[in-house]
Write a protein that binds this ligand. Structure first.
Ligand SMILES: C[S@@+](CC[C@H](N)C(=O)[O-])C[C@H]1O[C@@H](n2cnc3c(N)ncnc32)[C@H](O)[C@@H]1O
Length: 262
């Protein structure tokens, strides 16, 4: 059920990146968020720009034509399929999100061409229900490299949900030569981590955890990072222009990278 009187993470993020699919409850929560983490707007914008660069890079330089986007977020411009289809109009994307509003908007905007895009309402913690969807099974059965995107979503999961195991289980399901794209809210200051986690949990009900860069680096176990020797502040991941948005403060960053699964 969609309750617009309570903030949602997807709509708050939409507001921060300049979208219009948000409500007063989301904007109020963002206003409060910006008082404790003033760089959060630049962080969200830099994160989205990273997603676009990573998808373009994989399509252009690694010839990836299949993408599974875990935690899609509300439609924006450009969306993953638009970036990939600039390189190859036949590139296909499966979008997965557990927010019913994201999926309702997604079906209108992201499913432009049902041959190449699909939106699935599912919780990424329940992989069995995702890997049995015919569309996902078809992508995997084609036995070509797939890029699994976990962009700004794994911090929504508790430690008990074991995001490390989740990423490793997804990697194990993908055809040989597949890729991971990961970004995750990070801080190496335990007090800042605790404060931001508490704020998000208070406003969103259930939420995961802001993690340290060391914890996030472990998500890449069993992979070879591309272009950088370790995960990075994603605003610095292969910047394609001097105009890339850079967060003004390094108190919190979106930390991650792009990797080839071994
Ligand atoms: C911050 S948005 C990120 C959107 C996009 N990946 C990006 O980085 O631009 C996070 C999205 O993850 C979704 N999400 C959070 N927890 C999820 C879960 N357990 N299963 C599926 N989607 C989830 C939220 O609904 C939200 O749309």
């Amino acid at each position: 059920m969609i309750d617009v009187n309570r903030p949602s993470y997807a709509r708050m993020y939409d507001y921060l990146i300049g979208g219009t699919d948000n409500y007063p409850s989301d904007r109020r929560a963002c206003a409060e968020l910006l008082t404790i983490a003033p760089a959060m707007q630049q962080l969200a914008q830099a994160n989205r720009a990273f997603l676009v660069r990573a998808v373009r890079y994989l399509a252009r330089h690694r010839r990836v034509r299949r993408f599974i986007d875990f935690g899609t977020g509300l439609p924006t411009r450009p969306n993953v399929h638009q970036v990939a289809q600039e390189v190859d109009p036949k590139a296909s994307v499966v979008y997965i999100d557990n927010d019913p509003m994201v999926c309702a908007h997604g079906r209108m905007v992201l499913e432009e061409n049902l041959l190449t895009t699909a939106v699935i309402e599912a919780d990424i913690r329940h992989l069995d229900s995702i890997f049995t969807v015919p569309r996902v099974r078809r992508i995997l059965a084609e036995n070509q490299p797939v890029a699994a995107l976990f962009v700004s979503v794994l911090h929504c999961l508790d430690d008990e949900d074991d995001p490390w195991q989740l990423v490793s289980d997804v990697a194990a399901h993908l055809p040989a030569g597949s890729y991971l794209v990961i970004s995750h809210l990070a801080s190496d200051d335990p007090t800042l981590r605790r404060d931001l986690t508490a704020f998000m949990s208070r406003n969103l009900g259930t939420w995961g955890r802001v993690r340290s860069t060391t914890e996030i680096a472990r998500l890449f176990n069993g992979t070879d990072l591309l272009e950088h020797t370790s995960p990075v502040d994603v605003s610095a991941w292969c910047p394609d222009t001097d105009l890339c948005v850079r967060p003004a403060s390094r108190d919190w960053i979106e930390y991650g990278g792009v990797a080839r699964i071994r």
